[in-house]
Design a protein around this ligand. Structure first.
Ligand code: ZN
Length: 125
């Protein structure tokens, strides 16, 4: 899994924006297929397990059987994803490491562990 550090700008309302960096993981095709197969296995395994739960066995198995392939395709199509961000929060200032996840977007939201505010993270190209 090759990773790269990308500069970003953290902003929060009227506070002075700060510079930070995020680590982005670029998934290889094999890793993407492995991640897709893992989520498919989990969804279908949970569907198989939920058959023995009374009442819920009418709802959960069909939902999980449909959700598995959808999540699998989503994971296979995700070429890169955020791993973590490091930088000073615009409000509480100290350098923080924020765990992140999800597909790489030009703009996303992260939460500061110190003050709990939702920060806007913008990639700088
Ligand atoms: Zn903060």
């Amino acid at each position: 899994m090759p990773t790269r550090n990308v500069p970003v700008r953290l902003s929060l309302g009227s506070e002075q924006p700060t510079q930070a960096t995020v680590v982005i993981a670029d998934w290889t095709m094999l890793e993407r297929l492995r991640r897709g197969a893992m989520v498919l296995g989990l969804a279908w395994g949970a569907a198989g397990f939920s058959i023995v739960i009374p009442v819920l066995h009418f709802v959960l198995p069909p939902i999980l059987l449909l959700l598995g392939p959808i999540l699998c395709v989503w994971r296979v199509l995700t070429r890169s994803s955020f791993k973590e961000g490091t930088g000073p929060c615009p409000r509480c200032k100290p350098e923080r490491t924020m765990t992140m996840g999800g597909k790489v977007e030009p703009e996303t939201n992260v939460f500061c562990d110190g003050c709990g505010n939702q920060l806007t993270l913008k990639l700088q190209s």
